[in-house]
Design a protein around this ligand. Structure first.
Ligand SMILES: Cc1cc2nc3c(=O)[nH]c(=O)nc-3n(C[C@H](O)[C@H](O)[C@H](O)COP(=O)(O)OP(=O)(O)OC[C@H]3O[C@@H](n4cnc5c(N)ncnc54)[C@H](O)[C@@H]3O)c2cc1C
Length: 412
């Protein structure tokens, strides 16, 4: 058993955990991020780097470097609903440094955050370390238990942060109460090659089905939504029928769906929407999907995870540095982020109904008249764009870069 100690120990190297680790290390706090996988090179969910996340990069002074990484810039997001096309988002009106959404595979994004974090001597990232339990003493969480290829570990810290996503082990072990919001769908996730001249629509919805296409350069990352719990039934009907369902929504994929040769090429991602009643207890805080699992609708979950991390770092940096952290600080983080979370989950449900319609519907999809009317005004479009691109209550970096402030060059 290996034992160690630090100021802040973060379970999970996803967008929330990596951003929080980077911000705290930049502010001079000893931070250890534990990630169960060996690398970031996996099919994470979603590649969307929102204008608000790009704004955070700008505030951190790393935007230019970030945008040197291969990415696509998406200023408009358009969708086909039934036989009508609507603009889901028009980023060109946003008042942000970047008026576009950067589409970048999440492994590149996380690699970038890790690279930035490593510039600071107080940042530590341990891969292949799976958190399996919490250490509790006299009602306070004082550390985590985990497994590594070299054997079990125990890490003690002033604060443990659960940023380990929707199936968070930390929250399972914490005893914190989960409120299920419910998600009516799951997603089948697969790749189909992309060709020059393909339509640039990001979503297709009709007859109770929806297909989302994320541009990853040489291929489309496709998400096909199905009513919750019906994946097995769909599989039983055979891959041919599934391919036909895709082509019905996006006919231009006709000559490529055969790339899906069997169910091994299609991954089931279960969607879950929930939130913790209380995001913290003494010595422990949950953020990102661990505090509130988000549905894929609108592609806003990564944004929310990043915003949680920025808000948490703003509130935690000072008390962690001075070792005066109290439950009140943790409560302040929940107070700041709970409202945006609740509203976002509610709006996601609304958009899903508006754009996706009933998942059981078999007839052609038509937008409700009120939506059709509003689509002709810019109001709905702008509201939707702001919701997707910036979110509710955007956060700004207030933590210092102590290495720059104290004129110490961080080691390269
Ligand atoms: C099908 C689907 C598609 C989506 N598409 C989008 C999209 O396009 N855009 C968007 O913004 N959002 C999307 N979302 C939502 C988005 O994926 C999440 O909201 C976001 O990733 C949350 O970030 P996070 O850092 O909180 O958690 P995660 O991204 O889940 O990261 C958690 C990290 O913790 C690690 N981990 C897990 N357990 C442990 C453990 N026990 N010990 C150590 N490490 C652990 C994981 O390996 C992972 O690296 C989608 C969701 C789904 C289900």
């Amino acid at each position: 058993m290996s034992r160690s100690r630090g100021t802040c120990c973060i379970a999970g190297g996803g967008p929330a955990g990596m951003m929080l680790g980077y911000l705290l290390a930049r502010a001079g706090i000893e931070v250890l991020v534990l990630e169960k996988h060996a690398d970031f090179l996996r099919d994470f969910r979603g590649d969307t780097i929102h204008p608000s996340t790009l704004e955070v990069m700008y505030e951190l002074g790393v935007l230019e470097e970030f945008l040197k990484r291969p990415h696509q810039e998406s200023r408009w997001a358009r969708a086909r609903i039934g036989d009508e096309e609507i603009v889901l988002g028009d980023m060109t009106h946003l008042r942000t440094q970047c008026r576009f959404m950067a589409m970048m595979p999440q492994w590149d994004f996380l690699d970038f955050l890790a690279e930035q974090g490593r510039r600071y001597p107080t940042f530590h990232l341990r891969m292949q370390t799976e958190v399996t339990g919490l250490i509790e003493e006299q009602g306070r969480i004082v550390g985590i238990r985990g497994n590594t290829p070299a054997g079990p570990v125990e890490i003690r810290a002033d604060l443990v942060v659960g940023a380990d996503g929707r199936n968070s082990a930390v929250r399972d072990c914490s005893g914190l109460m989960v409120e299920e919001v419910g998600a009516p769908m799951d997603v089948l996730w697969m790749r189909v090659s992309r060709r020059t001249g393909d339509p640039d629509l990001i979503a297709y919805s009709d007859r109770g089905r929806a297909l989302v296409l994320l541009d990853r350069g040489s291929y489309w990352q496709c998400g096909f939504s199905v009513p919750k719990g019906t994946a097995e039934e769909i599989q039983a009907k055979g891959i041919e029928q599934f391919r036909a369902g895709i082509v019905q929504l996006a006919p231009f994929l006709l000559d490529r769906v055969t790339e899906l040769q069997g169910w091994n090429d299609v991954k089931l991602l279960t969607v879950r929407v929930d939130r913790l009643r209380q995001w913290y207890r003494s010595g422990l805080l949950c953020i990102g999907d661990a505090a509130h699992a988000m549905s894929p609708v609108g592609g806003v979950g990564i944004n929310l995870a990043i915003q949680d991390a920025v808000a948490a770092a703003n509130i935690l940096a000072e008390p962690l540095r001075k070792s005066i952290l109290t439950n009140r600080d943790l409560a302040n983080i929940q107070r700041r982020r709970e409202f945006p979370t609740r509203i976002t989950q509610r709006v996601q449900a609304l958009i899903r109904q508006q754009v996706g319609g009933s998942l059981d519907a078999s007839g052609p999809r038509r937008l409700p008249w009120i939506v059709r009317l509003l689509e002709h005004t810019t109001l709905l479009r702008r509201m939707r764009t702001r919701f997707i691109g910036v979110g509710i209550r955007p956060e700004h970096v207030k933590t210092p870069d102590i290495w720059t402030a104290s004129h110490i060059a961080p080691p390269t």
